[in-house]
Design a protein around this ligand. Structure first.
Ligand code: GLU
Length: 450
């Protein structure tokens, strides 16, 4: 791939790669942001002063800890827990926790780095952080998940708090896990500090529409992006990868906008449903029964097929919304989608498209919404949950959804205007990276060297 990195920033990237050896996802995330900054420092050279960019690439604090717990057979298990407190220039660290066997410090660092700019784009007072553990919740009983969460929080509690760091969910961490984590936090601190975690259940400080927010937000963003070309979701055939929280509520919003969703997936394979995905059935299988996606095809019957091997991106569609995990959409997948006539791609997961895929979409003039802009609705709504908790209030679903729609439209317009201002109209990757960077950089500049 031809490098797009300004030569002034090469030593910065080299230092990041040297200092964070063996962390390819983090290198990938940093490279993409640095590639966007050449135009920024040409216009505003002060941002390259005082090692500002180098400081932004170095997390403020990285915490790694042992998580011992006892399984249902009475055996002691040991996992590794992480919290990377990346940047607190704009507010307390904010970002989810991921429980998945693939979690390591490089993954958490890439997610924390992305989160910093994403959170800046929301315009709300939140810094960036991310955490998690290499724990696999699949196949574990509720009691095992509870014991794991309690042990995890026993260490995490000393590092978080409403003015310090506010974790939430991500892959493998939903309402059940947040309940166990919040219960343990409350017990350890002897304080009902609801705003110290977000994504909580509605009975104990959670916000209506937080569950839906990431998927709804991504769909609002893509809707706005389609409108720039005089299109909308009405009648569009869509493919949404994944079948977790982000995918399910992306599908729900696409359907409400008049689109059809023809395929979704999980880590075991994908289903194609000629009649359009039956959302109630999908929710039942994934949210209630916690079963594999193959079960969807079994129960749905005629018109639905489960496919293992191959790629969900082989399914022809007008709009693709990768909503599973990082690097799930390769350069080859992008070429297939383009050949099949895709007109827009919106990233619901964090960094789901490889750099080669993004290049392919942009060279073909496909509308492309990068994750740090398109999926910011989840964390933005977490910041609204913090507001609700601070005011000891209880917001309606409509109030939150109206704010969410507004925020997503603002993020869209801000990215589009920034891209235009920096001479790359229609490039939402550059627009998001530059707009997010400038907010963080301005605040850090004001603080002096810290
Ligand atoms: N994990 C989500 C994200 O990637 C949400 C984080 C939050 O709500 O703090 O943005």
């Amino acid at each position: 791939m031809m490098t797009k990195l300004d030569e002034k920033l090469e030593p910065t990237l080299d230092a990041v790669i040297r200092r964070n050896a063996g962390e390819p996802e983090f290198h990938q995330a940093v490279r993409e942001v640095l590639e966007s900054l050449g135009r920024v420092i040409a216009k505003n050279p002060q941002y390259a002063d005082d090692a500002l960019i180098e400081r932004i690439c170095e997390p403020e604090r990285q915490i790694i800890f042992r998580v011992p717990w006892v399984d249902d057979q009475g055996r002691v298990q040991v996992n590794r827990g992480f919290r990377v407190q990346f940047n607190s220039a704009l507010g307390p660290y904010k970002g989810g926790m991921r429980f998945h066997p693939s979690v390591n410090i490089g993954i958490v660092k890439f997610l924390g780095f992305e989160q910093t700019f994403k959170n800046a784009l929301t315009g709300l007072p939140i810094g960036g952080g991310k955490g998690g553990a290499d724990f696999n919740p699949k196949g574990r009983s509720d009691a095992e998940v509870m014991r794991f969460c309690q042990s995890f929080m026993t260490e995490m509690a000393r590092h978080i708090g409403v003015y310090t760091d506010v974790p939430a969910g991500d892959i493998g961490v939903g309402a059940r896990e947040i309940g166990f984590l919040f219960g343990q936090y409350k017990r350890l601190t002897n304080r009902y500090e609801a705003g110290a975690l977000t994504g909580k259940g509605l009975l104990y400080g959670g916000l209506r529409a937080r569950t839906e927010a990431t998927g709804y937000g991504a769909t609002y963003f893509v809707q706005r992006m389609l409108q720039t070309r005089g299109r909308d979701f009405e009648g569009m055939h869509c493919v949404v990868s994944g079948s977790g929280n982000v995918a399910i509520y992306t599908i729900e919003k696409i359907l409400s906008f008049g689109g059809a969703v023809v395929a979704c997936s999980d880590s075991s394979g994908y289903v194609v449903d000629e009649n359009g995905i039956d959302l109630a059935l999908l929710k039942e299988i994934k949210e209630v029964r916690r079963q594999r996606i193959s079960e969807y095809a079994n129960l749905r019957g005629k018109g639905a097929r489960f496919i293992t091997g191959g790629s969900i991106w082989d399914v022809p569609c007008d709009v693709a919304m990768p909503s599973a995990t990082q690097n799930e959409l390769s350069g080859k997948d992008a070429v297939t989608l383009i050949k099949n006539g895709v007109i827009a791609v919106g990233e619901g997961a964090n960094m789901p498209s490889t750099p080669e895929a993004i290049d392919a979409f942009q060279s073909a003039d496909i509308l492309f919404a990068p994750s740090k802009a398109a999926n910011a609705g989840g964390v933005a709504t977490s910041a609204l949950e913090m507001q609700q908790n601070a005011s000891r209030d209880s917001w309606s679903f409509e109030k939150t959804e109206t704010r969410l729609a507004q925020i997503m439209h603002n993020i869209h317009d801000h990215c589009a205007e920034t891209a235009e201002e920096y001479g790359v109209p229609g490039d939402y990757v550059m627009g998001a990276n530059i707009a997010g960077f400038i907010r963080v950089a301005e605040a850090m500049h004001a603080f002096g060297v810290i």
